[in-house]
Design a protein. Structure first.
Ligand code: SPV
Ligand code: MG
Length: 432
């Protein structure tokens, strides 16, 4: 009997899956791999049910003779284990990022003399409806909120990108790339105060009020499912911060990061070039504790951001604050620096990890941008935030186009730099 293998990474079974099984049965014994959570979230949607439930779901399909775990996105190990004669998959993997997986399967089958079979992808109203329903479920506060903690456990490092609108949210949500033989995507989104303010043409001085910042969250949440980390600036007055925590939690935000500054907050990347005042340890600890007391779920995280290196107060001060803030209840520590080299950040992380092995550490490598994610992982860092790159990419591109339209008195010369009209009008999926 020939062996035919397929891999499912789904929370539900629809006609398309059943069709693949039916087709597969024509070739031999059907073995189905269930993709591990770790592999699934590296390029696909976050599962809404446990791995065990996904496994049982596949087991219950008539016509499946064996169910196995597939640990990796690519098929090398599983093919070695199972030695299938055929690999079968919906033909949707012929285009887009999933093509890399198909290429991998084709090259493995070429080596063993096997064959890849592409089944026409089932597109019907029922399949689209189920897809949409599960996507909606992922975007609901109770699912989205807890996902950051889950990702910290599942991912070597949680890759977070700045978003400040529905459109940038869609980029964070949908961008998947093939790189070094595997697929990758962002895990989470950062609602940066710098970029949220800049998008509104305002300085980053806590001028954009909370109601407006919540509106940005709402715009992003409307079109995405990934977890949100909110830049809460100083958190404001303790009496106000407790309300902010409640609102963020209710909106499904996973974490707020507040920085230990008081008075007129300026962007950290100004460093000591402008007047900025660091909060006392005692007062900031009170703010953290008040926030922790206000939150209603175990999912939400309050992350304390330390400005000692930015304000040149020294490593000892940074470490002392980190330990005090954790003691006060902080669920994570963000350490910031505006040095070109990552030396002081890495020194902090190594020293912090000597006494604290578990509290998540967050970094924002805007200035020390030569550091790689692998290096961050090696120093015990859990979350990396690419805090402003989308905004900084868009502004010069728009400015150049604006200048050239003025220069040429028409728009023809800029056209080659623009997204085709056909693409922009169909960029956003309509709800049917
Ligand atoms: C932001 O993105 O708003 C931040 C990070 O707070 S930084 O601009 O580096 O201070
Ligand atoms: Mg900020």
């Amino acid at each position: 009997m020939k062996k035919i293998y397929t891999c499912f990474c789904t929370d539900f079974i629809h006609d398309g899956h059943l069709n693949i099984i039916r087709e597969a049965q024509k070739y031999g014994e059907v073995i189905v791999g269930v993709l591990s959570d770790k592999a699934m979230i590296s390029y696909n949607k976050f599962p809404t049910v446990s791995f065990k439930e996904r496994f049982q779901l596949i087991k219950s399909i008539k016509g499946v003779s064996e169910v196995v775990i597939q640990q990796d996105v690519m098929y090398d190990k599983i093919v070695e284990e199972i030695k299938p004669d055929y690999i079968i998959h919906g033909d949707n993997w012929k285009v887009g990022p999933m093509k890399a997986i198909r290429d991998n399967a084709v090259s493995l089958m070429a080596k063993t003399g096997g064959k890849v079979i592409d089944v026409p992808y089932t597109k019907n109203e029922h399949v689209s409806m189920i897809d949409a329903k599960y996507n909606l479920k992922r975007s609901m506060p109770e699912y989205r909120r807890k996902r950051l903690k889950e990702l910290i456990n599942l991912r070597d490092i949680v890759k977070t990108i700045e978003v400040h609108s529905g459109l940038t949210g869609l980029i964070a949500e949908k961008t998947i790339v093939e790189c070094n033989g595997t697929l990758d995507q962002f895990d989470a989104m950062w609602i940066s105060s710098l970029c949220d303010s800049t998008a509104k043409g305002k300085p980053d001085i806590e001028l954009v009020d909370m109601t407006s910042r919540f509106r940005t969250i709402s715009d992003v949440a409307e079109v995405t499912t990934k977890p949100i980390i909110f830049d809460g600036d100083t958190g404001g007055l303790i009496e106000h911060f407790v309300y902010t925590v409640r609102t963020l939690e209710r909106m499904g935000v996973s974490a707020v990061i507040i920085e230990d500054k008081v008075g007129l907050k300026k962007n950290s990347l100004f460093g000591t070039e402008v007047k900025q005042t660091q909060d006392s340890i005692e007062h900031f600890c009170k703010k953290i504790s008040a926030g922790k007391n206000a939150q209603l779920t175990d999912d939400f995280m309050i992350i304390a951001r330390i400005e000692s290196l930015i304000l040149e107060q020294g490593m000892e001060d940074a470490l002392k604050r980190a330990l005090s803030f954790v003691e006060a209840g902080a669920d994570g520590i963000m350490i910031h620096s505006r040095k070109k080299e990552p030396t002081e950040i890495l020194e902090f992380c190594d020293l912090f990890r000597k006494t604290n092995k578990t509290t998540p550490v967050v970094v924002v490598p805007s200035s020390f941008n030569s550091i790689t994610e692998d290096e961050l992982i090696a120093h015990g860092i859990n979350i990396v935030i690419y805090a402003n790159q989308l905004t900084r990419a868009a502004f010069p591109a728009m400015e150049e186009v604006a200048k050239d339209i003025l220069k040429y008195h028409r728009a023809k010369e800029v056209d080659s730099r623009l997204m085709p009209i056909k693409e922009i009008i169909s960029l956003i999926d309509e709800i049917k």
